[in-house]
Design a protein around this ligand. Structure first.
Ligand SMILES: [Zn+2]
Length: 296
């Protein structure tokens, strides 16, 4: 009889390990309000005046039990950090590449990690404002917030102080008509016959009617207010020297160019020029501008 021991052999096998975990009392309430109310809630430590999202039962600073101090947060916040997921794994909610971001909701002191969509990978940056989009079909998980997407500002503000550079310029051009002059007379109350009565105007040094000086001057307003710096700008000072008259039918271009930073106040000085279609300098001056402050 052989006393030989059997050969060692190896068999590949698989263990399936289904498991469940409980989100906990705090985690469950957090997920339930997202699912049922479409509201993101956090827990607040009154002692430390800190709001935790995702919520935690105990304050991480003073160890106080805060599990009942629920506060409702805005469903909007600011991206404080992000990474772009480029590798593919079966457990991922989306096909890469996608953006995984740290989002500090308005009213919260900690950040929530979630997915940001609706922004090109190359355009993604910290500081952008995002809003939660809730999933149509609930899975009773954090994916009941389907993703966050950028909040489009209602108005695109103009250049902030930090975005402006010396030499940046912008213009607005308009042909001044007789109708403009009549309307301007009505607006200003200046019915001086040198603007309105051709026979009277013949006796003036100009020999014909001319526009009110403030009319071409006003063409700088759309430049400063809507282009450079743009929406949100306040102009505390404009000075103008008039060089040439503006005749009816003249086409005037008003231009502003950034020439100086007033660092102490974060204001800028712009050089202003008004020229006509004959390349004559109609007027020149300068403006002090308080550029818009970025919102949010
Ligand atoms: Zn605390």
């Amino acid at each position: 009889m052989s006393t030989q021991s059997p050969d060692s052999f190896v068999i590949d096998g698989k263990l399936a390990l289904p498991y469940q975990y409980f989100a906990g009392r705090t985690g469950s309430r957090f997920l339930t309000s997202i699912r049922d109310e479409k509201k993101i809630k956090g827990l607040k430590c009154e002692k430390c005046n800190k709001v935790f999202v995702p919520p935690r039962q105990t304050c991480e600073r003073c160890f106080e039990d805060i599990s009942e101090n629920w506060v409702e947060l805005e469903n909007a916040g600011t991206v404080t950090g992000f990474t772009i997921i480029r590798y593919e794994e079966p457990h991922q909610p989306f096909k890469p590449p996608y953006i995984l971001a740290q989002i500090k909701l308005d009213g919260a002191d900690t950040s929530l990690t979630h997915i940001v969509k609706g922004v090109a990978l190359s355009q993604m940056k910290t500081g952008i404002r995002v809003q939660a989009k809730f999933a149509k079909n609930s899975t009773s998980t954090i994916m009941d917030i389907d993703h966050f997407r950028p909040i489009k500002p209602k108005f695109e503000l103009g250049y902030s102080y930090d975005e402006l550079e010396i030499g940046m310029s912008a213009s607005f051009t308009k042909t001044i008509t007789e109708s403009d002059v009549y309307q301007f007379a009505g607006i200003s109350g200046d019915f001086n016959p040198m603007h309105l009565n051709e026979e009277f105007a013949k006796m003036t040094p100009f020999g014909t009617r001319i526009a009110h000086g403030a009319l071409p001057q006003s063409l700088i307003a759309p430049v400063l207010g809507m282009k450079l710096p743009g929406l949100g700008t306040v102009i505390p000072e404009i000075t103008v020297r008039f060089r040439k008259p503006t005749y009816f039918g003249d086409t005037v271009t008003a231009t502003a160019e950034v020439v100086e930073f007033i660092e102490a106040r974060r204001w800028v000085k712009l050089e202003l020029t008004w020229t006509n279609q004959r390349d004559e300098l109609v007027a020149e001056g300068h403006a002090i501008a308080i550029p818009p402050t970025p919102m949010g």
